[in-house]
Design a protein around this ligand. Structure first.
Ligand code: AMP
Length: 159
């Protein structure tokens, strides 16, 4: 029931100065940050992270986008964290992401527009899609000694 999931603040989120704002959205829900680092992704690592997208039409643009500047990688822990984090993030297409979600509050681009421009959708953030992906992605991005174990006050007062 307690799960870990991977979040990436993508280059557009970093360049727009939204690192603190976006991370605070997880903290204020009582989710725990157990791993955090800034990483410059290279094309090889992009292919590992997005291995299920390599054959898709948008992959070339996606690799260009994810390697265009540093990303902030975060491991978030909490009850049903994979599902809860996906809800906080909102739909892949910012156009359809409900207001109140990260993508719904900070972007409006549509996948159709990105496809027309032959670019990846700049949607600020990545969150693991399901529990299996979360396990794979956390271990791809973080070594065990980069993950931390501690108590936050939410655990003391709410859980
Ligand atoms: P996902 O693994 O579903 O998050 O997809 C990876 C990323 O690729 C998304 O977050 C978008 O940045 C981008 N993406 C997904 N689908 C499309 C699409 N149809 N057109 C352009 N970019 C896309």
């Amino acid at each position: 029931m307690i799960e870990q999931t991977l979040v990436l603040i993508k280059p557009d989120g970093v360049k727009r100065g939204l690192i603190g704002e976006l991370i605070s959205r997880f903290e204020r829900r009582g989710l725990k940050i157990v791993g955090l680092k800034m990483v410059q992704v290279d094309p090889d690592f992009s292919k590992k992270h997005y291995s299920n997208h390599i054959k898709k039409d948008f992959y070339k643009g996606l690799e260009k986008f994810i390697t265009s500047g540093p990303v902030v990688a975060v491991v978030i822990e909490g009850i049903d964290a994979v599902e809860v984090v996906r809800k906080i993030v909102g739909d892949t297409s910012p156009k359809f992401a409900p207001v109140g979600t990260i993508r719904g509050d900070f972007a409006h681009i549509s996948l159709e527009y990105s496809d027309k421009k032959k670019k990846a959708a700049e949607n600020l953030i990545h969150a693991s899609g399901n529990k299996k992906e979360a396990k794979q992605e956390v271990s791809l991005w973080f070594s065990l000694d980069e993950l931390h174990s501690y108590k936050i006050s939410y655990e003391e007062h709410v859980m």
